[in-house]
Design a protein around this ligand. Structure first.
Ligand code: SAH
Length: 339
């Protein structure tokens, strides 16, 4: 059973060893309660319950703190029990998926619940963090494109310092931490600093955002491979040739700014001018939008639609399967390529 209570200005007694109770103390304080911590049963006296509406016992042992339980019974103070916080001093890199809570993994939810501190990015799903990580301090280290709020070095230093201070640190990233997420660098920095680090994979936008637009990255008889590319920098001509030569689906992240170079490069490398291309913006948000055209038409179409980052580009025959193919923009496209 889960209850919601307004604890603003209410006295709450939190019983438990300092380290084990730290998350509960932060959570109740965060909810506006006036927290009275008691670190061991020897320090408990019934007067400590004066004015309290709630007592929380943080103990691995169900029967712990019998004097407190007894006093709560006598005074009619609600008693709740919770398991101790996990030992701190480590970093968990958590993939937050493409922006909807539905695509957070069970592992991610668990790590957030256990976190003392969460460092999150702009594209990580952060709207509901106060609820998902109720015992954690939430630190926004998001970077607007071209606008480095906190540098990568600083993020690594902050994470390491926090873990060394005994915190259970979660580094929450959009999508998967190891897909263009600099997760590898952060894991290496932790390891170099002697801080234990682990990774919880996330659902990458490279696959899920096309899916949200009705585009499967592979499809029997249409495409049996997909390549995920960063468009952060323009590709080389050799890379354009390899991509065009592969023949499968090409998925590009961070590719809005370099779309003209990419389409021109793929044309030079011999890709068909009528190859379908989709740009899917803001996947899983209320304003998700798909713009579809051909390799030669997409720059104009994207310009006319004022396409903006974050967006995923999909290049390949699978784009014909996009939602709305029969009805709108793709019907004409299908005719134009004789499909
Ligand atoms: N690690 C992330 C990718 C980080 S790079 C992952 O696995 O998804 C950031 C790029 O991801 C953005 O520029 C955009 O191309 C893409 N992206 C992430 N979330 C997105 C979303 N909800 N909609 C569209 N593109 C998204």
């Amino acid at each position: 059973m889960q209850l919601t209570a307004d604890l603003t200005g209410r006295h709450v007694l939190v019983a438990g060893a300092h380290d084990e109770a730290r998350r509960a103390v932060r959570r109740f304080a965060g909810a506006g309660a006036i927290v009275r911590p008691v670190s061991s049963p020897e320090h408990f006296t019934p007067e400590l319950l004066d004015g309290a509406v709630l007592a929380a016992v943080v103990s691995a042992d169900d029967g712990g703190w019998p004097a407190l339980a007894h006093a709560c019974g006598e005074r009619g103070v609600l008693l709740v029990r919770e398991v101790p916080a996990l030992p701190g001093g480590c970093v968990t890199l958590v993939g937050g998926g493409p922006g909807t809570e539905d695509l957070l993994t069970v592992g991610a939810l668990h790590a957030l619940r256990e976190a003392d501190v969460v460092f999150f990015d702009r594209l990580a799903p952060h709207a509901d963090l106060p609820r998902l990580a109720p015992g954690a301090e939430l630190v926004d280290v998001g970077k607007q494109p071209g606008h480095h709020k906190v540098t990568q070095r600083d993020i690594e230093r902050l994470m390491i310092e926090s873990a060394k201070a005994g915190n259970n640190v979660v580094r929450l990233k959009g999508g998967d931490p190891y897909v263009f997420g600099r997760g590898g660098e952060e894991a290496a920095a932790c390891a170099d600093a002697g801080v234990p680090v682990s990774v919880i994979s996330g659902v990458t936008s490279a696959i899920s955002v096309p899916a949200a637009a009705g585009i499967p990255v592979t499809h029997r008889g249409i495409s049996h491979m997909f390549t995920v590319v960063s468009g952060h920098q323009p590709l080389t001509d050799a890379e354009h040739e390899h991509l065009a030569g592969l023949g499968g689906t090409v998925v590009v992240l961070m590719g809005v700014g370099t779309l003209p170079q990419l389409t021109a490069g793929l044309r030079r490398a011999g890709m068909r001018p009528d190859m379908p291309v989709a740009v899917v913006e803001r996947g899983f948000s209320d304003s998700q939008r798909t713009t579809v055209s051909t390799l030669t038409g997409i720059v104009t179409a994207a310009g006319a639609a004022r396409v903006k980052s974050p967006a995923i580009l999909v290049i390949g025959e699978v784009v014909r399967l996009a939602d709305g193919n029969e009805a709108g923009q793709l019907a004409g496209l299908a005719e134009s390529v004789g499909a």
